[in-house]
Structure formats: C-alpha cells, structure tokens
Design a protein around this ligand. Structure first.
Ligand code: SAH
Length: 228
C-alpha cells in the first residue's frame, strides 16, 4: 500500500514545492508515496469559476462555498475512499507526533486547504472533515500547513529515512524533547563536547542523554511531562 495524498487547494502550484526535494522528493520519485494537487476552482461556478462568497451575517472577508468544495471533494474521494479527510484549520485539534504516526501508517489523506476567512461550516459536517491545526497562529492559507503535515508523515514511511531507527529517539517519540547533539570538532570557540560522549561507555551515555532530555523537557515543555 502506497501512502497517497490528495490536496484540494486554490494554489496547486505550491505542490510538491519543498516536498519535491531532499528525502521527501527522492521518496516521491521512487514511488514510496504519491501526491496529487487539485484546484478547487475546477468546480467553481459560472464564467469566473467562483469559489467563495461573502459571509452570512456580515463581516470581513470571503468564505469558501460548501457546494463548490463538496463537488471538489466528491470528485477526488468517493464515499468508499478509506483515507481520512482533513481540513487544515487554526480551530482544529493541534497536530501531534502520534497523530502523524497514525496517518503515516494509513493509506494517505485527503487534505483540504482553506483560504480567505475559511470554509462554510456545513461542508465540514456534511463531508466529515477532521480539522487539524499546526499551531496557535494564523496562516494565510492551508497550503503551508498541509506541507508541514505531509513532511512529518512522509519521513516516517518505511524506506524514506536513511537509518532505520533515526525516528524512534526523536523529540516527542517518548514524551520528551530530544537531548543535545554534538559533532566534530571536539573543541569549538573554547566550547568542548561533554566528556561523557567521548567515553565510549554506552550505558553512561544513554543515561546522560535521558537526563538531558528530562531536564530540557522540564525547562521548556513541562506540559509534555504532565501529559501521560
Ligand atoms: N478566519 C479564520 C482564519 C482563516 S486563515 C480563523 O480565525 O480561524 C485561512 C486558512 O488558512 C484556513 O482556512 C486554514 O486552512 C489555514 N490556516 C491558517 N492557520 C492555520 C493553522 N494554524 N493550522 C492549519 N491551517 C491554518
């Protein structure tokens, strides 16, 4: 089973964008995952292919129409498509590494990118869209959020990352932030690599790393410690 991503966007040229390079790009050309970006405007109305309208009740900006978006969704994902249907949205559930793992282990995703003030609420309900946020700040559109989500998923697909276990010790994987890294040179601007990392004592090194992870998490993200 190949991880298949379908993006609905008003700016299909933003894809694959950065995901066409490096790890994700190599994996894409090897067929380890697939990406299709479709323009919502294909289903726009009238001569101008209109996709949005003014908000009911008044206020600034424009809202993506439910009928247009539903037609775009139905054209790429029939009712029996097993892939989750995601809507990138600052109102959504914050994306976590465990949700990323679940998505990466599945058949892929249909990802709707909002623009303007957002999308008509009825299409969220009517097409069962799961709202996902990438953080408590507002982007101008869902595309960069979709790229971030896909980048996080794709690197976990088997065969994409080089070292088989280079995912398992990372930040969030054990509920902690990662320990600090060092590499050559041994001394740089009179800063030394911590002695223990050069000792060759793997048990001590593992203990040191664990302690550093706990210290960093306590200092920077105590909310992670209280989670589980
Ligand atoms: N008026 C909306 C913001 C719209 S921003 C509000 O106040 O909630 C336009 C689009 O950008 C959204 O529809 C969404 O698709 C995307 N977007 C903005 N911030 C995002 C975030 N933090 N996470 C995911 N998507 C986001």
């Amino acid at each position: 089973m190949t991880f298949r991503a379908t993006i609905l966007t008003l700016f299909p040229d933003m894809f694959p964008g950065p995901l066409g390079l490096s790890l994700a790009g190599d994996a894409l050309s090897k067929g380890l995952w697939a990406l299709e970006a479709r323009n919502i405007r294909e289903h726009g109305l009238g001569k101008h292919r209109t996709v949005d309208d003014t908000p009911a009740g008044g206020g600034a900006g424009m809202v993506l129409r439910a009928d247009v978006l539903a037609a775009a969704i139905d054209a790429v994902a029939p009712a029996d498509d097993p892939r989750p249907r995601l809507l990138m949205s600052p109102r959504g559930k914050p994306l976590t590494q465990s949700r990323v793992r679940e998505l990466a282990a599945g058949p892929g995703a249909l990802i709707v990118c909002g623009r303007f003030e957002g999308v008509d609420e009825r299409v969220i309900e009517g097409r069962n869209l799961e709202e996902i946020s990438i953080g408590d700040y507002v982007l101008s559109g869902g595309e960069i959020a979709a790229l971030a989500l896909l980048d996080a998923c794709v690197r976990l697909i088997p065969g994409v990352m080089g070292a088989a276990d280079s995912g398992s010790e990372e930040s969030f994987e054990n509920g902690l932030l990662e320990y600090p890294h060092y590499t050559r040179p041994r001394a740089w601007e009179s800063r030394e690599i911590p002695e223990i990392l050069l000792s060759g004592d793997h048990r001590k090194i593992a203990e040191w790393r664990r302690a550093q992870s706990e210290r960093l998490t306590q200092a920077r993200r105590p909310d992670l410690l209280n989670k589980s």
